[in-house]
Design a protein around this ligand. Structure first.
Ligand SMILES: NC(=O)c1ccc[n+]([C@@H]2O[C@H](COP(=O)([O-])OP(=O)(O)OC[C@H]3O[C@@H](n4cnc5c(N)ncnc54)[C@H](O)[C@@H]3O)[C@@H](O)[C@H]2O)c1
Length: 363
């Protein structure tokens, strides 16, 4: 099979879908791997490293899209990429379709087989291709929030860990899956006072067992959340209902109750956001202020640490990519139920229930 790895063109996106080691494994399996020139540059990977791994370097994206049977990407295609997609071509990437009707329509028109990293799910309900980026984004969320809490960034001017005789920052984390638990880890590690909310008591029990009294775990409902965020310095949103649009865990009323300079980091923005009326931001302009509260809602946080993120991503996607390349979409999915749950689009139709529920009027 011909596997294509284009250069990502989304603003601020420096990751690439495959490391030279991953390309080499596919080549060893007998496949041809096409890598667009400069695709790895943002992650500090030179074209020559791909060449040494056995990949073929391709100058023009048009040529790569035309020849590839399996396209490996990081982010969803942008409008300039839509015309290059081919009917029946496999597209294996983060799609986040529940947040964009325009994208769904474009991909249905293109007739691709869309397999979304974020909905590949194992029998024990793990999301193995979301986990590595969630770990990165969760750790980054606390790191970034600490930065925006500084006065010259418009924050309340509170130090995460406080100092002797002065209390630390109050951090609220909503949703304690992979993102949330990693945000808790870094915030608690910096010495902040952390309240962690979830509706899954197993996640809360994990935090209790891990951190004891250093982290307060709380069952999430809007009453207790409203009380906590009004007193918080930092609110990190990380709730997820797999494949579906994120629920609004933070309402506008709650935001109005927060103190000026409080920082919200809505990591769930790639699924529409768990903060009412939040707008996606970019690495170029990561924050805006509304009701005196700093909002950070970058949809591709891991792109800020591409070297770490690219390697973590390939570590997780490679085994599935090898299966798709060896067997083709239909057989690979028949053999692997986790991969089958990644199928979002095929034959011009939506194939994932949660995506369908988000846009019931579409095919
Ligand atoms: N912006 C980015 O760059 C970026 C990067 C990685 C992940 N994400 C996103 O972060 C979000 C979280 O990802 P994850 O891997 O941690 O998912 P996860 O499934 O591991 O965790 C989500 C948690 O939310 C909890 N939850 C659901 N509804 C809730 C509610 N009403 N109140 C409190 N908790 C609730 C679930 O029980 C679960 O524990 C996803 O939307 C994911 O796409 C964004």
């Amino acid at each position: 099979m011909i596997v294509g790895v284009p250069k990502e063109i989304k603003e601020g996106e420096f990751r690439v879908a495959m490391t030279p080691g991953g390309a080499n494994a596919l080549v060893a399996d007998g496949h041809k791997v096409l890598v667009q020139c400069g695709a790895g540059a943002g992650s500090g990977i030179a074209d020559d490293e791909y060449r040494k791994a056995g990949a073929e370097l391709v100058a023009e994206p048009q040529t790569l899209y035309e020849r590839a049977e399996l396209l490996m990407k990081v982010k969803e295609p942008l409008p300039s990429e839509y015309p290059m997609l081919r009917r029946g071509q496999m597209l294996f990437t983060y799609l986040h379709l529940a947040s964009s009707e325009e994208l769904i329509r474009a991909l249905l028109d293109a007739g691709i087989i869309g397999i979304a990293y974020e909905t590949v799910q194992t029998a024990d309900f793990r999301l193995p291709l979301l986990e590595p980026m969630s770990e990165v984004a969760g750790k980054m969320a606390s790191q970034l929030a600490a930065q925006y809490l500084q006065k010259h960034y418009g924050g309340r001017g509170v130090l995460m860990g406080g100092v002797t005789g002065v209390k630390p920052a109050e951090v609220v984390v909503l949703g304690c899956g992979f993102v949330g638990a990693n945000a808790v880890k870094v915030a608690a590690g910096m010495g902040a006072r952390v309240s962690a909310f979830d509706i899954n008591t197993l996640r809360l029990a994990y935090l209790d067992d891990t951190y004891g009294s250093a982290v307060t775990s709380l069952y999430s409902n809007s009453w207790v959340v409203a009380d906590a965020v009004a007193r918080a310095d930092i609110v990190i949103g990380a709730v997820l209902l797999p494949g579906a649009r994120a629920p609004w865990a933070i309402t506008e009323e709650m935001i109005k109750s927060m103190r000026p300079g409080t920082v919200i980091v809505d990591v769930a923005i790639d699924q529409g956001g768990c903060v009412e009326n939040i707008r996606p931001t970019t690495h170029a302009e990561p924050i805006y202020v509304e009701h005196g509260v700093t909002h950070y809602a970058v949809t591709n946080i891991p792109a800020a640490v591409p070297r770490t993120a690219t390697y973590a991503l390939t570590n997780s996607t490679l085994s599935y990519a090898r299966k798709l390349a060896a067997l083709g979409a239909e057989k690979a999915m028949a053999e692997d139920p986790a991969l089958a749950l990644g199928l979002n689009l095929a034959d011009g139709l939506i194939k994932h229930d949660a995506v369908h529920e988000a846009f019931p009027h579409l095919a």
